[in-house]
Ligand binder design. Structure first.
Ligand code: NAD
Length: 277
């Protein structure tokens, strides 16, 4: 049987890289795409040790033509693709609504939301033509819990969740599946693209990432398992998953707990650091 094929945006670092290795070990042909060519080539060299046919493409998800080009290259190299992971993203801004500029809103929405929209738009026609395909969209707990002082990131991730829910129903008749992944903090290079006025905030976020009981490999494992079982929701962090269930079923209790927690954090730490990235 022909080997299955996976394409991952933002595959040079963090979660994208961990997904690449998880699927390569499972026998997939893996293509990673990124704008960081140095990390992309270094990750490709490592990947090739377990997957000879691995590929790296320079592909900027803010450019529709880059994603369409990547799709065309995958047809040339592998005659198609089985899974597309819309993973590439940036950390956004830590700050209040009055501090985040409209330029920063556009920056975050263009990458974290429209980047996923472009990935889905570029590959859906191929999936329909093939008669199969699967999107794994990387959102965040931030899109479900909506903690304060990260409005542009929260809105972008909530949009990715809404898009994924829409497509899971819209594309089901074409045998195209969708999963949406909503992790809380875990250690990656994401704070390289987190903007904050106060450097202490970046330090606090790094601390929260380091404290996470799950690493990128654990999230990649959860994604692989969810994909194998065709599960829509991938919510790997236990505490935040429970918090989200609380929000859905007992919203007033969720808001009470969040307010108390944030008030406590506000007394101890810079108010911008929260627990749901
Ligand atoms: N790390 C966390 O705590 C966390 C939590 C929830 C969700 N996420 C999400 O996980 C995804 C992966 O992030 P990560 O944590 O691995 O961070 P990371 O910074 O380690 O990796 C992100 C990758 O995306 C690439 N990228 C950025 N802009 C791009 C563009 N325009 N085109 C193509 N590639 C681009 C970067 O070069 C980088 O290699 C993101 O969508 C992020 O929002 C991360």
């Amino acid at each position: 049987m022909a080997k299955k094929r996976i394409f991952i945006t933002g595959g040079a670092s963090g979660l994208g890289k961990a997904i690449a290795f998880k699927f390569a070990h499972a026998g997939y042909q893996v293509c990673i795409a990124d704008i960081n060519d140095e990390r992309g080539e270094a990750t490709l060299a490592e990947l090739k040790k377990i997957c000879h046919s691995a590929l790296y493409f320079h592909c900027d998800i803010t450019k529709m033509e880059d994603l369409v080009w990547a799709k065309e290259q995958l047809i040339v190299h592998w005659s198609g693709i089985d899974i597309v992971v819309n993973n590439a993203g940036v950390g956004g801004n830590a700050g209040g609504i009055d501090d985040i500029s409209l330029d920063d809103w556009q920056w975050v929405l263009d990458i974290n939301l429209l980047g996923v929209v472009r990935g889905c738009k570029a590959f859906t026609p191929l999936f329909k033509l093939q008669g199969f395909g699967y999107f794994i969209n990387i959102a965040s707990m931030a899109g479900l819990i909506n903690a304060p002082n990260m409005s542009n990131y929260n809105v972008a991730k909530a949009g990715v969740i809404a898009l994924s829910e829409t497509l899971s129903m819209e594309l089901a008749p074409y045998n195209v599946g969708v999963s949406v992944v909503c992790p809380a903090f875990f250690k990656t290079n994401l704070t390289e693209t987190l903007k904050a006025e106060d450097p202490k905030v970046i330090h606090s976020v790094n601390k929260l990432m380091n404290k996470s009981n799950l690493g990128a490999d654990d999230i990649a494992q959860a994604i692989y398992q969810a994909f194998s079982q065709q599960k829509f929701w991938v919510l790997p962090h236990k505490t935040e998953r429970r918090l989200w269930l609380l929000k859905r079923y007992i919203p007033f209790l969720f808001h009470y707990i969040m307010k108390k927690h944030l008030a406590r954090l506000g007394k101890k730490k810079p108010a911008n650091a929260n627990t749901s990235r």
